[in-house]
Design a protein around this ligand. Structure first.
Ligand code: DQA
Length: 142
């Protein structure tokens, strides 16, 4: 299957950023492990701190790929533009968060993306991404 992980702002700092919340591993190290483990799948990765670039990427892959694993980070809670892009495309989107956003500040409880996501995986650390990937692979076996 052709799956892309799209990460939003500040997720390039994983491993250095608020380690008590987001853990010690860099995303690149995690992604390398993931790619090795699922070597028979086509899993790619894109990160941007810029809202418009995230929208461009969602549009670019959104009619071609089998699945998008999206952590829009802070834009989850603010971006109507990203929500509209998710709504516009035909590729299913699984929304993920590393931390349990519901156990954090109130402003993190609202997601503009969730209503149009296929599903939401929240709070399992970097494993959230793997669980999202497995949800797509399981679907393809049904
Ligand atoms: C996050 C949660 C967001 O509230 C926050 O702005 C992030 C990361 C997560 O993966 O836990 O940057 O999406």
């Amino acid at each position: 299957m052709k799956i892309i992980i799209i990460n939003g702002p500040n997720l390039n700092l994983l491993g250095r950023r608020e380690n008590n919340i987001y853990g010690d591993e860099t995303f690149n190290d995690f992604f390398e492990r993931l790619q090795k483990k699922y070597a028979n799948q086509e899993v790619s990765y894109f990160q941007s701190n810029i809202e418009g670039e995230l929208i461009d990427k969602i549009q670019e892959v959104g009619y071609k790929f089998d699945g998008i694993i999206l952590n829009a980070a802070a834009y989850t809670h603010t971006s109507v533009g990203i929500a509209d892009a998710v709504k516009a495309i035909t590729t299913p989107v699984v929304e993920v968060h590393i931390s349990n956003t519901f156990s954090r500040e109130d402003f993190r409880h609202k997601s503009y993306i969730s209503p149009n996501a296929k599903g939401v995986i929240v709070g399992f650390g970097l494993q959230s991404y793997e669980l999202a990937l497995q949800s797509f692979l399981k679907k393809s076996q049904e």
